[in-house]
Write a protein that binds this ligand. Structure first.
Ligand code: VG1
Ligand code: CO
Length: 547
């Protein structure tokens, strides 16, 4: 037993801003450094769940600045609150999908994952805390709301006065009467991947001279990629680049998109490019997929993976269903229709896939923001997507470009892009959305810049499993022929507001599958401006990021 003297009950006062966003609480490090800020939030989590006495809690993070300190706090608070065991990744490292797997494997009560995903790290950059539940997935909306409500009134927290745990040495130590198990963060996850994919076929591919570059962006996937790609699959040393996790990610944004992974993109577009290029984000749940001379949009990647998943041993039985977030393109819908399986459309954020996966309604899920995953864990999984691509490339004996070209010829091509307007004044962004919502009832039947509006609404999701309703999830304008514009505000930013404008146009004609994406979307880009008056309202003449 922890002697009662070891547990301190500390009086505290609430913070008003601890509302978890799309994936957890995300703020600048100096905000987290405020007195009792971390403790308040962790205690709010523990106070919002019940029945964890003696149970297991998984703790780990993406290695960013403030990771180690927060892990010590979380361990001491778990001990004081009555957990029986904590499993922590060595060095404080656990990718988001690896943490999800550990929670499931050990039937843990839940897990605390420390990350701000693809946001930059460092003393003045971003940090985050997210709580995952026993199925390995992000806390559902009902729970994040309860945590927020608790954080508004919290007046005390419990913490054990124990010495800091050496999280760099594997093995089990006692923290009072709680066991702290420091585990290899990679091994179990690598075994899981080996159980899903044809590692022999992928090894033969590499042995035959297939070349690949994986950019870990000095974030959490480095050790995972070295173990899986280089050690287990025999890819040459150096295939995984920037493979050492750094607290500030080497000063860059660990965001695998065409802006922050520009050098990888340029390499893949250059003469003598490798056969395959990929990258992952801060916490290892996102993926960037590139072939020689081709960037595969995440929406297309979801569709192509779904169409070919049966080529991997773990999915040889076929898919039960496909789920995508609402702003993700309709490319996956065409695949679901052809496979004769249901397609689910959910709000942005991985937490909405959990029920579908648990109920066996969907096997593969994806988001336009470079997140793809399956029922093997309850988070999106960057390396999983990379390995499924490798498995498909090995099984089909074709390159990325050929697979994409054939896919579009079969299903048609959904041109797709997202325009982000970052760091807007929050009130301005909210006014823009409010004005847009007001216009919705009058839009159907009209034409915007020559495009006929078929429907317009503010997306509300009815969860088919638990019946819960999540409203106000993004404004969507649907045009004749399958074109679409979606507007929503980000729930992960830490400075001001970010407006996301998602643009999509469907092109069935293979003769028109080689167009430049922004050119193909230009009528929709014009229509978005007409609908939302972005320039007039925000003063911005162009998006900050185009992906
Ligand atoms: C963004 C993405 C969303 C993703 C979320 C978390 O959210 O759009 O698709 O699930 O980030 O991803 P938002 O609210 O900013 O649009 V990660 O890799 O930060 O866990
Ligand atoms: Co992430």
């Amino acid at each position: 037993m922890i002697s009662p003297q070891m547990i301190s009950i500390v009086e505290t006062t609430p913070y008003a801003d601890q509302r978890p966003g799309t994936s957890g609480l995300r703020k600048k490090v100096p905000v987290f450094r405020q007195r009792n800020y971390v403790e308040n939030f962790i205690q709010s989590i523990f106070d919002s769940v019940a029945g964890f006495r003696g149970e297991t809690l998984v703790i780990g993070g993406d290695g960013r600045y403030f990771n180690r300190e927060t892990i010590q706090t979380a361990i001491a608070m778990a001990a004081a609150n009555g957990f029986g065991r904590v499993i922590v990744g060595q060095g404080g490292i656990l990718s988001t999908p690896a943490a999800s797997h550990l929670i499931r494997k050990h039937r843990a009560f839940g897990g605390i994952i420390l990350s701000a995903s693809h946001n930059p790290g460092g003393p003045h950059e971003d940090f985050g805390i997210k709580y995952n539940v026993g199925n390995g997935g992000p806390a559902p909306e009902k729970l994040t709301e309860a945590i927020f409500a608790r954080s508004r009134v919290i007046d005390r927290y419990a913490i054990a006065g124990i010495p800091a745990i050496d999280i760099d040495a594997r093995g089990t130590v006692a923290a009072g009467d709680m066991a702290v198990e420091v585990v290899d963060p990679v091994a179990d996850y690598a075994d899981l991947m080996e159980s899903l994919f044809d590692f022999e076929a992928i090894s033969r591919l590499f042995a035959g001279g297939f070349s690949m570059v994986f950019d870990a962006m000095h974030a959490v996937t480095g050790p995972y990629a070295v173990e899986i790609l280089e050690r287990r699959l025999g890819a040459p040393a150096g295939t995984a680049r920037n493979a050492v996790p750094l607290p500030d990610f080497g000063g860059r944004h660990p965001d695998p998109n065409l802006v922050h992974a520009r050098d990888l993109y340029e390499l893949m577009m250059s003469p003598g490019a490798p056969d395959f290029g990929a990258a992952s984000d801060g916490d290892g749940d996102r993926n960037l997929i590139l072939g020689r001379d081709i960037f595969v949009t995440p929406s297309d990647s979801l569709a192509m993976l779904a169409a070919n998943a049966h080529l991997a041993p773990g999915y040889a039985q076929g898919l039960k269903g496909i789920a995508r977030s609402m702003p993700t393109s309709g490319a996956a819908d065409k695949v679901a229709a052809k496979l004769g399986v249901p397609l689910y459309e959910t709000p942005t954020g991985w937490k909405f896939f959990g029920n579908l996966l648990d109920a066996g309604l969907a096997t593969i899920c994806g988001e336009e923001s470079a997140g793809t995953g399956s029922d093997h864990v309850r988070e999106k999984d960057g390396l999983w997507a990379v390995l499924l691509w490798l498995n498909i490339l090995a099984a089909r004996g074709q390159g990325v470009q050929e697979i994409a070209r054939r896919h579009w010829a079969e299903y048609g091509r959904n041109y797709y892009s997202r325009h982000d307007y970052e760091e807007l004044d929050t009130a301005t962004a909210e006014a823009l959305m409010a004005a847009l919502r007001e216009t919705l009832p009058g839009l159907p039947g009209t034409a915007i810049g020559g495009l006929a509006v078929e429907a317009a609404d503010d997306f509300a999701y009815h969860d088919p499993v638990d019946g819960s309703v999540s409203a106000g999830q993004g404004v969507r304008i649907l045009f004749a022929g399958g074109s679409r514009i979606v507007f929503r505000l980000s729930g992960t930013g830490t400075t001001g507001a970010t407006l996301r404008v998602y643009l999509e146009c469907y092109e069935p004609d293979p003769a028109r599958h080689g167009l430049d994406t922004q050119a193909a979307l230009s009528p929709l880009i014009d229509a978005a401006e007409r609908l939302a008056s972005i320039e007039r309202r925000t003063g911005r003449t162009a998006p900050s990021v185009v992906t």
